[in-house]
Design a protein around this ligand. Structure first.
Ligand SMILES: Nc1ncnc2c1ncn2[C@@H]1O[C@H](COP(=O)(O)OP(=O)(O)OP(=O)(O)O)[C@@H](O)[C@H]1O
Ligand SMILES: [Mg+2]
Length: 267
């Protein structure tokens, strides 16, 4: 059997914080508890769960921004938390992240062309001509006109900015994209367009996507598989459509009800 693109093996993360202002007691939060998952090339997996269930903590450990207390994250078989900085940089070429807020994700003083090539110039030096070629191609990929190359973020709409963030993540030709609430700040119409775009890019580049969202309708539009997280653990997993139309775990049923989603699924 070939090595999966991403293998997360029993990762856990506990945060220690002070308790109430007056008690001064230390309070431990088990943000992620023994989570395992695996993604193959081209897999599109949704990760849902209520606020505070540990989704972002898990994503940060997968991308290497945070160290697990135990367990390991293997990217193409290599443990990302055990490698040196240079190796980690190389791994970032395989895996990129898109965050929730396209307003804060872009530097307001940086033009769009520079923003797009930024991850790439971390890996190799490019001439000005090569930078422009990469940036134009990336803009085309996400359905934006080349005239935006010289624009600043404040001159773009929220949807356009999020497309730029996706273009930037794709500039290094990653195999895995982690999206943490990447469409949550967008209105429904733009959200649907960005989801369609992600699906097209996934098919074109055989991208694997781990798509974190509160929004079960968005997850249903994009994802093939689904993971349901609760209090740091994965409580249900399986085919996305099947799970959303026939959830067996009471927590997943509650999530569906909270999303006012039960009546719309499977029709
Ligand atoms: N840096 C931190 N220090 C202390 N506690 C933290 C830290 N980051 C997260 N937590 C706690 O860990 C738990 C999981 O948080 P996390 O941000 O992973 O949840 P989430 O599922 O992404 O929530 P949301 O849907 O609101 O984004 C929460 O109880 C949170 O308060
Ligand atoms: Mg989060």
């Amino acid at each position: 059997m070939s090595t999966p693109l991403l293998n997360v093996e029993a990762v856990s993360r506990v945060y220690h914080s002070l308790g109430g202002m007056f008690s001064g007691k230390r309070h431990n939060v088990r943000a992620v508890n023994q989570v395992s998952l695996s993604l193959a090339e081209g897999d599109v997996v949704g990760l849902v769960g209520e606020s505070g269930s540990g989704k972002s903590t898990l994503a940060r450990m997968i991308i290497g921004l945070e160290q697990p207390d135990s367990g390991q994250v293997l990217l193409k078989g290599a443990n990302i938390h055990a490698c040196r900085a240079q190796q980690l940089r190389r791994m970032r070429q395989t895996m990129q992240m898109v965050f929730q807020n396209p307003y804060t994700a872009l530097n307001p003083l940086q033009r769009i062309d520079a923003a797009i090539v930024e991850p790439l110039v971390n890996f190799k030096s490019l001439s000005q001509k090569e930078r422009t070629t990469v940036a134009v191609r990336a803009l085309e990929d996400v359905g934006l006109p080349a005239r935006l190359l010289h624009a600043y973020p404040h001159q773009l709409s929220g949807g356009e900015r999020q497309r730029v963030c996706i273009a930037r993540a794709l500039s290094v030709q990653p195999k895995l994209l982690l999206c943490d609430e990447a469409v949550s700040a967008l209105d429904k119409t733009v959200q649907a367009q960005v989801l369609t775009l992600l699906r097209q890019l996934q098919q074109r580049y055989k991208l694997a996507i781990l798509f974190i969202s509160h929004d079960l309708a968005a997850v249903n539009q994009l994802c093939d598989k689904l993971l349901v997280m609760r209090q740091g653990e994965i409580v249900e997993r399986g085919n996305c459509q099947t799970l959303l139309s026939n959830a067996t775990h009471p927590y997943t049923q509650k999530l569906l009800a909270a999303n006012h989603y039960l009546e719309g699924v499977g029709q």
